[in-house]
Design a protein around this ligand. Structure first.
Ligand SMILES: *[C@@H]1O[C@H](CO)[C@@H](O)[C@H](O)[C@H]1NC(C)=O
Ligand SMILES: *[C@@H]1O[C@H](CO)[C@@H](O)[C@H](O)[C@H]1NC(C)=O
Length: 403
């Protein structure tokens, strides 16, 4: 029927090569009966296959005689100089009697642009990449996604899942290898690729921890116990652990307090009694590779006055530092929550004690040294002493002999 002439194909090849250096024409795979693809802004030729080189041929568009402005009829072919996007449609050519000779569906669009690609690993073995086209081409498009391992030159596919368009994943990666990803956008006019170098350490970003639970601690009005679990997408392995950070604040309060831990639970010691708190937890590779996860879903709890606290005690507590009434006055302070720990104070006291002990010992040592030097005996004195000792000795000796 009405297939494009080989000459037109080579024109399109040239155009594709000239416009995007990373473009390769691939007419293959897009050959549909009666469909012709053309590039917006280029000259498009529709040939009437039933009547090559014949005069007296008429062209219709979408069943009517109205053709786009500026089109030229030449030897039975229809020429659309610098075709506009709106010139696409169903064309048909007819002989003088209105008899249909052939029909062609013209689809106009643009060459693919270079897609923008981002990659992320939510575990330590697999990563996935997603991309967005940089040009709206108006044409059917597919993507070829491959990787090459930089050290070994091993190549493989970045596997596309039809359920998740514009993403692909590489499985069973080596954590310490780097990968060069090639995302090629292909349409009937040509193709265009983006290369991206990927290392797991740089792109790893765990999913948020799961199962966050916050509970008040009985008889501890400033404490909240928080626990959580590894994200399901991060199988636990000795070599690939996560660390965590908590952020928490009273619901009515603007600024977060933050604490980091390697455990799966933590006790907040500086919560405000009687105020509802909101807590979230995030995760990151234990060795600090990559990025922090998004924050987990929120969990809330109110540290209570505690089970052992009587209403009388509660009144005393409320009059004290932890009074919720003090909150507004604390609000403008950027660090309103006193994060000092009783253990910290004890540690400071102990180090002060050790320090003063050493100072004392030093002073004592210097004093002794000075005193020894001042009373350092002369040689005569020594002799006198020896003489004295001898005298004492001699006097002491005879005693038993006298007795
Ligand atoms: C990597 O992906 C494979 C296949 O989806 C999965 O079986 C494996 O558990 C993943 N690895 C990790 C560490 O999650
Ligand atoms: C990227 O992939 C496309 C399609 O497989 C290929 O034509 C192109 O040569 C590749 N580019 C590089 C630099 O490997």
């Amino acid at each position: 029927m009405c297939t494009p002439t080989p000459g037109l194909r080579s024109v399109m090849v040239l155009l594709a090569a000239a416009l995007v250096s990373t473009s390769v024409t691939s007419g293959e795979g897009w050959r549909e009966e009666g469909v012709q693809y053309g590039q917006v802004g280029a000259d498009v030729v529709l040939s009437c296959a039933g009547a090559p080189g014949r005069s007296g041929v008429e062209w219709w568009r979408d069943g009517a005689a109205a053709l786009p402005e500026g089109c030229i009829l030449r030897d039975g072919d229809l020429l659309l100089p610098q075709a506009e996007l709106a010139a696409g449609g169903d064309y048909s050519c007819h002989d003088g009697t209105g008899q249909l000779l052939c029909s062609v569906s013209l689809r106009l669009g643009y060459l693919p642009g270079i897609p923008s690609v981002t990659c992320r690993a939510s575990d330590y073995e697999n990563f996935s990449c997603s991309w967005t086209p940089s040009v709206e081409t108006f044409l059917p498009t597919r993507y070829i996604t491959t990787y090459r391992r930089t050290q070994t030159s091993q190549v493989g596919p970045c596997v596309q899942d039809p359920g998740r368009p514009h993403t692909c994943s590489v499985h069973k990666c080596e954590f310490w290898s780097s990968y060069r990803l090639n995302v090629t956008e292909v349409n009937p006019l040509g193709s265009s690729f983006r290369l991206l170098d990927v290392t797991m350490q740089a792109i790893i970003k765990p999913d948020p921890p799961e199962g966050l639970v916050v509970e008040p601690v009985p008889s501890a009005p400033r404490r909240l116990r928080v626990r959580w679990q590894y994200p399901a997408s991060w199988p636990k392995q000795p070599h690939f652990q996560l660390k965590f950070r908590l952020q928490y604040r009273p619901v009515a309060h603007g600024s977060w307090s933050m604490v980091e831990t390697v455990n799966l639970s933590e006790v907040i010691t500086d919560a405000f009694s009687g105020l509802e708190h909101v807590v979230q937890v995030g995760a990151k590779d234990f060795l600090d590779a990559g990025n922090w996860s998004e924050w987990s879903a929120e969990a809330r709890a109110t540290p209570g006055p505690g089970l052992t606290v009587t209403p009388g005690d509660e009144a005393i507590t409320n009059a004290g530092l932890e009074s919720p009434a003090e909150m507004p006055s604390l609000a403008p302070n950027p660090e309103p929550i006193d994060r000092s720990d009783p253990m910290e104070k004890v540690a400071i006291l102990i180090s002060l004690g050790i320090f003063s002990f050493f100072i004392l010992a030093l002073v004592l040592g210097i004093t002794i040294a000075v005193w020894l030097r001042l009373r350092k005996p002369s040689k005569d004195e020594t002799k006198k002493h020896d003489f004295l000792a001898a005298a004492v000795h001699m006097r002491a000796l005879p005693k038993p002999q006298i007795l």
